[in-house]
Design a protein around this ligand. Structure first.
Ligand code: SF4
Ligand code: SF4
Length: 687
């Protein structure tokens, strides 16, 4: 076409793009390093599944399909753009004949390219519909988003015009090798040669210049995810989902006066910054967030965007800072924004503490995010800084911390009463029976809370009925530290973890069964970092296995409709959805109902992330009340769960709604009710 113009465009566009990328990478290098290049095989597998096959996008049918068209279209059209760059120098450039018309490769590629051009046009129309007509609340309706969609459409039409005009000029008719271009060619037939020449030039330069413009818009727009999404999926954490990143050598850090947790933006690792770059602003995270949905200040999407904007706005100061985070170049103070020294902490100047304390760590946001952005690690790390460095946290948590420290349970019940729930059940202690097959880890809630103790009694009764050789730790058991860790008190968590691991390693249990999903998650996923690798089974899985094996046979009829509530730490974090349902379904007369928000879309009860031990942040509604409403929509006779925390939140919810006619039971309690022999006074032997 015109080599001079093409050279000018290519050098200019790629030069600016290179500079933009340099700036973005420079920001990624500010924070601590992190190794995300281990287990390459697993990473490549997940990259294929989630980036190329777009597995998570399938959760959203139309948007998912439309997105797949655009993504694949971009991959296919990359080659086309390269060919067109070449045609700036030689009109018939086709990679030295490889992709020339009439060759198998050339015609095959032209066909695929034309199909995807049409699909991309359709897909962009779908997104314009969602943004402009349907106005999906979760999406940000920005000029930038629409502009990008228009650029993509124009590129596609430019390409068709270029092909169509060229075909009309050479009087070629319809060809399956170029179906869309042929249609345009047929429409243009009869147009004079000069006009066709002009149209071909317009199509060509529109495509080429818009590709290069688009390239340069990427690093400064939300469409940066086109470049960063694949690396972000590749670099996702491969640790078990329920495992929070460990803080190594806390005491050493204190001695060396290093920051604990995340205080400043430049303390995010490169992967943390890559997360910020990768947000597509789709809003799926906020759409599922129980805090956002009950009017709290926290919106995961907004948190990401705020951190990203803060990073960009303070770029000059950040890259001019020394390693201690002290600003050495104040001349870069941004215009139009509140000047913030690079040494300033994010909280409370930039992020309100209420935003962080509203998170229940339910993981709904991370389950939804198509590009594997994580929140819980960032939120907890910011909490760590508030708790361990500044002692700034909701006052009620102080009692829980003190209780865990002094009585090894967050309620400060006397540790000596930990086995009080066993009264009359004859449950052995591990100290008396160190070779027991199963160690029943009771957990603080089921050990001390009067209502939850019934779960422990039902579970112990079931284990006895199935002749399981088990014992409990009694006073030797201490809180796993889950609430301390999620509240940011990593120091306390690690202290408890080390003591528990020492006790457990002493007994070397073959299997640990626990009724609490939080204990389950911590014992299974987090204690390995402290030298404790155990076979941990949640009681819902253990009991369903006993039923399957015929060691427990539910026989007493329970005629009721029961709505099942999934615990986040059992379901979303550990993928345990079926065992509790199987157990319930094994009970004669029981009908299991599913609320609309169920399994990995089940709403949190509001207790996780240490919320159980503090007042809920201010909002329009309480999380447990909204969840109770969702369960009540199924019109159940009772509500069932497999977690003592969920049980407490749902009982409170039912009571607040004056629905005491709907009972709340743990899966173990229901199973025991269906198995226990009738007592003369009709009372349950499980209390
Ligand atoms: S973990 Fe749950 S509460 Fe926290 S931001 Fe994500 S969705 Fe919201
Ligand atoms: S964090 Fe993920 S789910 Fe949330 S808006 Fe960004 S891309 Fe969408």
């Amino acid at each position: 076409m015109n080599p001079y113009v093409m050279t000018l465009l290519l050098v200019g566009a790629w030069g600016v793009f290179g500079w933009q990328m340099y700036r973005r990478i420079r920001l990624m290098r500010l924070g601590p390093s992190e190794n995300r290049f281990d287990q390459i095989g697993e990473r490549l597998k997940r990259t294929w599944e989630y980036a190329f096959a777009q597995k998570r996008m399938r959760r959203y049918w139309w948007a998912g399909i439309a997105h797949s068209f655009i993504f694949t279209g971009f991959v296919v059209l990359l080659l086309r753009s390269l060919i067109l760059f070449g045609r700036g120098y030689a009109e018939d450039f086709a990679f030295w004949g490889l992709f020339a018309h009439g060759t198998v490769l050339g015609d095959g590629y032209s066909f695929i390219k034309d199909v995807f051009i049409v699909l991309v046009i359709v897909a962009t129309c779908v997104f314009i519909y969602y943004r402009v007509i349907k106005k999906l609340g979760r999406m940000t309706l920005s000029f930038e988003g629409l502009l990008i969609l228009m650029i993509i459409e124009s590129m596609m039409f430019g390409d068709l015009l270029y092909d169509g005009a060229a075909r009309a000029k050479s009087e070629a008719g319809f060809s399956w090798a170029e179906p869309a271009g042929s249609v345009v060619g047929v429409i243009l037939q009869g147009t004079d040669g000069t006009t066709l020449n002009v149209l071909a030039h317009i199509g060509f330069w529109v495509h080429v210049s818009l590709v290069l413009l688009f390239l340069n818009l990427l690093p400064i727009s939300k469409h940066f995810h086109i470049i960063t999404a694949i690396p972000n999926v590749f670099a996702q954490s491969l640790a078990p989902r329920g495992c929070l990143p460990n803080v190594e050598d806390i005491e050493g850090k204190i001695e060396r006066e290093e920051t604990l947790g995340t205080a400043r933006i430049d303390q995010l690792s490169w992967k943390g910054v890559l997360d910020l770059y990768t947000c597509t602003e789709c809003g799926r995270c906020t759409d599922q967030c129980p805090a956002s949905n009950t009017g709290k200040l926290l919106s995961p999407k907004q948190l990401t965007l705020d951190l990203r904007d803060y990073l960009y706005d303070n770029e000059k100061k950040l890259v001019g800072a020394n390693h201690d985070g002290q600003a050495v170049a104040q001349e870069g103070a941004d215009e139009g924004h509140t000047p913030i020294s690079v040494a300033d902490d994010l909280v409370p100047q930039f992020i309100k503490p209420e935003v962080l304390w509203a998170c229940t760590t339910c993981g709904a946001c991370e389950t939804e995010c198509p590009v594997f952005i994580t929140y819980v690690d960032k939120i907890v790390d910011m909490r760590r800084n508030l708790v361990m460095e500044k002692s700034e946290f909701p006052a009620e948590l102080q009692n829980a911390f003190r209780g865990m420290e002094t009585n090894s349970n967050p309620w400060s019940f006397p540790a000596s009463d930990r086995a009080g729930w066993t009264k009359g059940l004859d449950v052995p202690l591990m100290s008396e029976k160190p070779d027991a097959e199963v160690l029943f880890w009771v957990g603080c809630s089921a050990s001390f809370d009067d209502r939850a103790r019934k779960i422990a009694r039902a579970t112990a009764s079931l284990l006895k009925a199935a002749n399981v050789d088990f014992a409990i730790l009694g006073e030797e058991e201490q809180c796993t530290g889950d609430p301390a860790r999620r509240a940011g008190n990593e120091f306390l968590f690690q202290m408890l973890a080390q003591m528990n691991v020492e006790t457990l390693n002493n007994y070397e249990p073959k299997t640990i069964v626990t009724t609490c999903p939080h204990c389950f998650n911590t014992l299974l996923n987090e204690y390995p970092d402290f030298g404790g690798k155990f076979n941990v089974v949640h009681h819902s899985s253990f009991l369903s296995k006993l039923v399957r094996e015929g060691r427990l046979t539910p026989k007493n009829q329970i005629s009721a409709k029961v709505a099942y509530h999934d615990s986040c730490y059992l379901g979303r974090y550990n993928d345990i959805y079926d065992p509790p349902r199987e157990t319930l379904k094994s009970i004669p007369g029981l009908t299991v109902l599913e609320p609309q928000q169920t399994r990995d879309r089940g709403m949190c009860c509001g207790a996780g992330g240490a919320q159980m031990f503090k007042e809920e942040e201010e909002g329009d509604d309480r999380v447990n009340l909204v969840r109770t409403d969702q369960l009540l929509e199924t019109q159940p006779d009772m509500v069932a769960s497999s977690c003592p925390f969920c049980q407490r939140m749902l009982i409170d919810g039912l009571s607040a709604k004056n629905r005491e006619d709907v009972s709340q039971m743990d899966v173990a309690e229901l199973l025991w009710k269906s198995i226990e022999p009738e007592t003369s006074d009709g009372e349950s032997t499980a209390g």
